[in-house]
Ligand binder design. Structure first.
Ligand code: SF4
Length: 340
């Protein structure tokens, strides 16, 4: 119920591509919004990419755009992202933008709009993945450019991916679903399978309160992690991005001790860690739109086109986080993203 009211507060306007107005999923989604204004459009880009938008202001009143995804739907993984040793690393986005509002989120630099686009033809993405699997194995991140699970009561896309993965290609397909969402029902109601990794991003409560606006608290996320584990899911803990702050060493040690006092380390599939990093092009836009943000306006160093912490801070973050997490998890389960 809480989520539904969040959507209703958020989406007072819903844009729908004319060509998909009879699509089953469009009808299902619209049935949840009796109070929203529905506007039919030719193409989602007419709204999402129009000139002169202020994406920062749009966050106060996001619209929903229902669209069809055309062209290539599955992409090669980017250089700053972890592949966890998996060959054939790909990602896909069945929606764009997020219900949450993390101050450091790269989406603010990537898109000129804060409106949320949902591509209703997820089955076409499945077909593309199936075709790829005829050629080679696929490691696929499905929650890129959004937090897919946060939209679960709207789209059921997490469920769709779990079902898809349960049906196809044992040992050839591995899907990562990354989320900050604490909706335990998703993991209770959908049967786990070997081809799914649920990757929960966790941060100290101070970071959540300062920068991860509208996201669940650390305790809620930890509770959800335990629910996913209890229901048989492979769980990845993502200590990423690590944000530096005063008294970092003590705070980070306390944080990891707390996490592993609540979560049984033996039941964790693996973990990722890495300090904050972002492309200079995205950061330029984010700084222009949010001049008062501490996390955005930190004096990062530009190394090969990516803003990141100065070398000595990077080293400190790496040592402290690896030592703190390494108290609980063996080295071969910790994937640290090296900066450039
Ligand atoms: S949850 Fe992820 S995608 Fe959503 S705003 Fe935060 S960083 Fe961005």
């Amino acid at each position: 119920m809480e989520k539904k009211s969040m959507y209703n507060d958020t989406f007072s306007h819903i844009y729908v591509e004319e060509d998909i107005k009879e699509h089953r999923r469009v009808k299902e989604i619209l049935s949840k919004y009796s109070n929203s204004d529905i506007i039919y459009i030719k193409h989602y880009k007419d709204i999402f990419c129009r000139n002169g938008q202020n994406s920062f202001m749009q966050k106060k009143s996001k619209s929903l755009i229902l669209a069809e995804k055309h062209g290539t739907k599955v992409y090669k993984g980017a250089i700053v992202c972890q592949n966890f040793g998996n060959e054939n690393f790909y990602y896909t986005s069945c929606m764009m933008n997020c219900l949450y509002d993390c101050e450091y989120c790269y989406l603010q630099g990537m898109y000129s709009s804060s409106h949320v686009v949902v591509f209703v033809n997820i089955e076409d993405i499945f077909e593309e993945v199936k075709n790829m699997l005829k050629e080679h194995s696929v490691y696929l991140c499905t929650s890129y450019d959004t937090d897919m699970t946060a939209f679960e009561s709207l789209t059921h896309y997490t469920k769709e991916w779990i079902n898809f993965a349960s049906n196809v290609y044992n040992n050839k397909l591995l899907i990562e679903i990354r989320t900050k969402c604490a909706n335990e029902n998703v993991w209770k109601e959908n049967k786990a399978n070997e081809n799914i990794i649920v990757a929960f991003t966790i941060s100290p409560d101070e970071t959540i309160q300062l920068y991860e606006h509208k996201t669940p608290s650390l305790d809620s996320r930890l509770k959800c992690i335990n629910t996913a584990i209890d229901n048989g899911y492979k769980v990845r803990l993502c200590f990423d991005p690590i944000i530096y702050s005063r008294d970092f060493e003590k705070k980070y040690k306390d944080f990891t001790d707390y996490v592993f006092s609540k979560v049984n380390a033996d039941k964790i599939y693996d973990c990722s860690a890495g300090s904050f990093r972002i492309s200079k092009e995205y950061m330029k836009i984010m700084r222009k739109n949010n001049e008062s943000s501490v996390v955005i306006n930190y004096p990062y160093e530009n190394i090969e086109g990516y803003y990141q912490y100065p070398k000595e801070i990077q080293e400190k973050i790496k040592d402290i986080s690896l030592n703190s997490i390494g108290k609980y998890l063996p080295k071969d389960k910790i994937n640290y993203t090296e900066e450039f």
